[in-house]
Design a protein around this ligand. Structure first.
Ligand code: HEM
Length: 137
C-alpha cells in the first residue's frame, strides 16, 4: 500500500511540476511573439486544458503526501526532532502551502494573496524535490 501511494505521489507531482515547468519556462515566454490580445486568447485555451488536470494532480500529491508523511515521520525522540523529521516537516509545510493555494483558487475561487505568478510555486517545487532527496542523506 505504501509503495503504491508513493508511486501515485511521484506521478501526481510529475504532472503538477511538469505544468509549472512548461508555463514558467516556455508558455509565458511566448508573450513577446504575440500581441497582448492573441497571447490572452492562447493562454485561455491553454489554461482551459490545464484546469481539467493540474488541480486534481496537486490535490492527489498533497493527499498522498500526507499519507506518506504519517507513515514515515516516526516517533519524536526525547532529544527532539531528527534531521530527517525537520527536513520532511519543511517539505510537508511547503507542499501543504502549495496545496492550500491551489485548493482555495480552484474550489473556492480565492486567488493567492502573495506571489500570484506561477514562478513562486515553480521555485517551491524545485526546493521540495531537493528536500525530498536531501532528507534521506
Ligand atoms: C505539491 C507539492 C509536493 C511535491 C512537488 C512533492 C515531491 C516529492 C518528491 C519528488 C518525493 C521523492 C520521491 C522519491 O524520491 O521517491 C516526495 C516524497 C515524499 N513526500 Fe512529497 N511532494 C509534495 C507534497 C507533499 C506533502 C504535502 C507531503 C506531506 C504533508 C509530502 C510528503 C512526502 C513524503 C513523506 C515523502 C517520502 C516518501 C518516501 O521516500 O518514501 N509531499 N515528494
Amino acid at each position: 500500500m505504501y509503495d503504491l501511494i508513493h508511486i501515485i505521489h511521484l506521478y501526481s507531482v510529475f504532472i503538477y511540476a511538469g505544468f509549472l515547468f512548461t508555463d514558467v519556462l516556455f508558455f509565458s515566454r511566448m508573450k513577446t511573439n504575440f500581441s497582448p490580445a492573441e497571447y490572452a486568447a492562447l493562454r485561455e485555451i491553454f489554461m482551459g486544458y490545464v484546469k481539467r488536470v493540474v488541480p486534481v494532480a496537486l490535490l492527489t500529491a498533497v493527499l498522498s503526501g500526507i499519507y506518506l508523511f504519517v507513515q514515515v515521520f516516526g516517533e519524536i525522540a526525547p532529544e527532539g526532532l531528527s534531521r530527517f523529521q525537520v527536513l520532511l516537516s519543511i517539505k510537508g509545510f511547503l507542499g501543504l502551502w502549495l496545496g492550500m493555494r491551489g485548493i482555495l483558487q480552484k474550489f473556492f475561487g480565492i486567488e493567492p494573496l502573495v506571489f500570484k505568478q506561477h514562478t513562486f510555486p515553480f521555485i517551491l517545487v524545485i526546493v521540495i524535490i531537493l528536500l525530498s532527496q536531501v532528507m534521506y542523506l
